[in-house]
Each structure stands twice: as structure tokens, then as C-alpha cells.
Write a protein of this length. Structure first.
Length: 353
């Protein structure tokens, strides 16, 4: 014990103090250096913005472009990584601001300044952050030649690298979605959101093999296929979509019911009613939400029976809301027989009651 105290007093505590002081000094020096160089960095950013604006708006000839490029390279320290990052970020901002052919010159200058090689070097770096940064550069600047560099990372064991590589590859490819259903791995919820955002941004045509997406044994691909069918209002596989409500996977079953609702597949009413008592409460609530949209007089007797016999308050309230949407007169008759139903009826008609 005495030896431990001795070590603690004369070695461990002094070492910790020295480490703390050194770390503080390093952080302070980095902060001071950053603040000192901030005006210079801003000046570089301004020069890059002026250069890009002039080149894009004035549409100079080839000789003028070469002269301007040489001059621009002399004015900024393009050999330094931080400068490359600043210029690339400026190009990305311009790319997002401009549409169509107006943004095409940006890609030319990205290559003319050899910044594509810098992005490629980031991708080949061992650090995952740098790899993802390089993927983002290619994707944001629509550098399609970068796909050959990205492709080896599509099945990378690191899920972050793999996800970002796939998104960049998908963004830069016109036909990649055709083989998307062959992916063996599970697609995460976040990855699905990224893909749907990409569809909104890029306006890809619907995959030619979309019919096969809901026939695969990979439930992740099937769920993604359903979302894409909804996005494109694709109703050609209505019977196959309806059949998925029999699937054992509740998450897939739920996605199919949502697709039925969003695609307004009225022919699914009977199947939904038949399977109602065979599924979990979560799925039952989803079915009632869907019947509220696609239901008609054919489902009134089912809803009337559910309201009268249902003991779960959430399901009963959802059934009341559904019947209120389809036939208010019948709901009034049912509500007159039961106080709870009457309260629920008042609530769905005036949610603040």
C-alpha cells in the first residue's frame, strides 16, 4: 500500500498533471493558429468564389480559361489539404445553387484543378471519416468517373463505409438500382431513408425490374421495393402486395399495409378484414388506418362489430374513427347504445373534447 502511495505521489499524479498541461497547451495553440489564419482562409474562400462565379457566368474561351486557372493556382496554396477542402466545399455550394447545364463547368474545374485526385486519395485513406468525405465529394459534384474507385467499397465490412459507398455509387449510376435487389445484407432504416431522399433529389426512373423486388427472399429489399412502388405510384403488382400481409415478418406486413393504403388498393379490403384477428395489435391499428382510407360500405358491418365487442381502448377508438369516416349515421346508431363509444365519437369529431 505504501509503495502504491509512493508511486501515486511521485509518478502518477505528476504524469497526469504534465499530460493535462501539455494537452491544454496543444489545444490552445491549435485554437490560436486557427484564429490567426482565419482571415487568410476567408480570403482564399473569397478568391475561389470570385473565380468560380467569373468562370461560370462569363463563359470564357479555352485560352482565357487556361490563363485564369494558372493565375488562380498561383494566388492560393492549393498544395495544402485545407485549401483543397475549402475550394471543393465552395464548388459543392455552387453545384447545389445552380441547376442543369449551368452547373456543368464546376465539374470541369474540379478535374482541371486535380481536386478529383485529392478526393480519390481520401477514399483510399485508412480512416473511415476520410473515405466517407471522398465519397461525398464525388456524389455532391456528380463525378461519375469516381464509380470505379467507389465500387470496391460496396461490400466493405465497416457498415458506415459500406453505406456511404453504396449511396454515392447509387447516386452516380443510372442503372445500379436494377441490381439493387441482389444485395445480400440487411438494409437499415437509416439507409432506406437515405435512398428515398436520393430518389426525391435525383428523380431516377423507376427500376425496370421493380416487380422482382417484392419477390425476393430478402425482406429488406422487399420493403424497399414497396416504398419505391409507393413513391412512383406503381400499382401493377397489386395482388402480390396484398399477399404480403400474410408474411410472418410483422415489419414487412406493416409496410405492405401502408403500401395498400398509399396506393389506394381498394381490392384489399376483404383480405385485411380476414387477417385482422390473426395479427398483432400494432398491425390491427395499421389495418384500421388503411380501411379508413380505402374502406366503403362493405366494411361497415365489420367496424360496427369491432366497436361493440372490442375491449382494447386504442383499437376501439381507431375503429370508431374509421367508421366515422365511412358512415357517420351508422356510428351514431352504435354510439347511442354505449357510453364509451359515444365519448369516442365526440372525440374523433372534435379532438379537443
Amino acid at each position: 500500500m505504501d509503495l502504491f502511495i509512493l508511486y501515486l505521489k511521485y509518478y502518477i499524479i505528476p504524469l497526469l498533471l504534465i499530460s493535462t498541461v501539455l494537452s491544454t497547451l496543444v489545444l490552445l495553440s491549435k485554437r490560436i493558429y486557427y484564429e490567426y489564419n482565419k482571415p487568410y482562409r476567408q480570403a482564399v474562400t473569397n478568391k475561389a468564389e470570385i473565380f468560380l462565379t467569373e468562370m461560370i457566368l462569363s463563359k470564357p474561351n479555352e485560352e482565357t480559361i487556361n490563363k485564369k486557372l494558372l493565375q488562380f493556382k498561383k494566388e492560393i496554396p492549393l498544395h495544402k489539404s485545407w485549401c483543397k477542402e475549402l475550394v471543393i466545399n465552395d464548388m459543392i455550394r455552387f453545384k447545389h445553387s445552380l441547376k442543369g447545364k449551368a452547373s456543368e463547368p464546376i465539374l470541369f474545374f474540379y478535374q482541371a484543378l486535380n481536386l478529383n485526385k485529392y478526393s480519390a486519395r481520401l477514399i483510399r485513406d485508412f480512416r473511415s471519416y476520410n473515405k466517407c468525405e471522398g465519397f461525398y465529394h464525388f456524389q455532391a459534384l456528380d463525378y461519375k468517373k469516381g464509380n470505379s474507385i467507389i465500387k470496391p467499397y460496396l461490400k466493405h465490412p465497416n457498415i458506415v463505409i459500406r453505406s456511404n459507398a453504396n449511396m454515392a455509387f447509387l447516386s452516380l449510376s443510372e442503372n445500379y438500382m436494377e441490381s439493387f435487389k441482389e444485395l445480400p445484407s440487411t438494409i437499415s432504416h437509416l439507409y432506406t431513408i437515405k435512398i428515398m431522399d436520393l430518389l426525391h433529389e435525383k428523380k431516377f426512373p423507376i427500376p425496370k425490374n421493380i416487380d422482382q423486388w417484392i419477390e425476393t427472399n430478402n425482406n429488406s429489399i422487399t420493403k424497399l421495393g414497396l416504398k419505391i412502388m409507393v413513391f412512383y405510384n406503381y400499382r401493377n403488382k397489386a395482388s402480390e402486395i396484398i399477399a404480403l400481409i400474410q408474411n410472418e415478418d410483422d415489419s414487412l406486413k406493416k409496410e405492405a399495409i401502408i403500401a395498400i393504403r398509399e396506393l389506394f388498393l381498394t381490392e384489399a379490403k376483404e383480405d385485411l378484414i380476414v387477417h385482422f384477428n390473426k395479427v398483432s395489435i400494432e398491425i390491427q391499428l395499421e389495418i384500421l388506418d388503411t380501411l379508413k382510407v380505402i374502406g366503403d360500405e362493405a366494411v361497415v358491418s365489420f367496424l360496427e362489430n369491432e366497436i361493440q365487442l372490442q375491449t382494447d381502448k386504442d383499437l376501439k377508438l381507431k375503429a370508431v374513427d374509421c367508421l366515422n369516416e365511412i358512415n357517420k349515421t351508422v356510428l351514431d346508431t352504435v354510439a347511442a347504445k354505449d357510453y364509451d363509444t359515444m365519448k369516442m365519437t365526440k372525440h374523433v369529431r372534435e379532438i379537443y373534447l
